[in-house]
Design a protein around this ligand. Structure first.
Ligand code: MN
Length: 243
């Protein structure tokens, strides 16, 4: 564990454990692969956040977690290599006090919607959190031709602005972000963003008229899911951690 993280805090240890589980679960189910990452807001220093060093999520352990400050700089003289795109996390935490966890993924079913005029919309009750359609961040509109990566605070700030008050934002030519007030909620939303995208594409491919959840239905479904959202966590954790 990094020297900057006190080891005598049960609460912090539990948060670190959950963050490791989040990495493993998202890798196990293909929402993250060798790339992508998940972070949590620091439970004791809310301006800071916790994110693994540059490492494939499936390999992350508590010892790999680094602490970053408001500007996404590593604290405590931690010289390990951080993820290039840590600014995604830092700028969303700055813009969204209600957000305590952020997932950034390139999962394959979501990419077509990030590069199409077809909006990602809730096709079933598990994805009511997509109500209103996930906004799409196009880095080109603000920064010209880039390698699509969120490389600096300005890129992250523009992404956070596109996310606004939503739960998910797509990133054209790149991937998406999903956020939540709890890491288990952010993981749930990332998992079902991928599944909803896959199902929505299948529905479109059928060729008929597609009926999505109305905003009222999505809101009601999301309220219901909030009551049972933690149910799959222990299952996902068991399956991911036994590998
Ligand atoms: Mn990325």
């Amino acid at each position: 564990m990094s020297a900057s993280l006190p080891s005598d805090s049960a609460s912090l240890a539990q948060h670190l454990d959950d963050l490791v589980v989040a990495n493993r679960v998202l890798a196990k189910y293909g929402v993250l692969d060798g790339f992508g990452h998940v972070s949590i807001r620091h439970p004791e220093r809310p301006g800071h956040f916790l994110l693994a060093r540059s490492l494939a999520p499936e390999l992350v352990t508590a010892a790999d977690i680094m602490e970053f400050d408001e500007d996404s700089n590593a604290v405590g003289g931690d010289a390990r290599t951080p993820y290039l795109e840590r600014f995604i996390h830092g700028e969303i935490y700055r813009a969204r006090p209600d957000v305590n966890a952020v997932v950034h993924s390139h999962s394959p079913s979501v990419i077509p919607f990030a590069g199409s005029s077809v909006r990602l919309r809730p096709i079933y009750h598990m994805a009511g959190f997509l109500s209103g359609g996930a906004p799409v961040f196009d880095i080109r509109c603000c920064f010209g031709a880039t390698d699509l990566l969120v490389r600096c605070r300005e890129h992250g700030e523009a992404l956070a602005k596109t996310l606004g008050a939503q739960n998910v934002a797509l990133m054209r030519g790149h991937g998406f972000v999903a956020v939540g007030s709890d890491v288990r909620i952010a993981v749930y939303r990332a998992m079902y963003t991928e599944t909803n995208a896959s199902l929505q594409q299948k529905a479109i491919t059928l060729g008929g008229e597609v009926t999505y959840l109305s905003e009222e239905e999505a809101a009601k479904a999301d309220d219901t899911m909030a009551g049972v959202m933690f149910r799959p966590w222990e299952l996902w954790k068991k399956k991911a951690m036994e590998d």
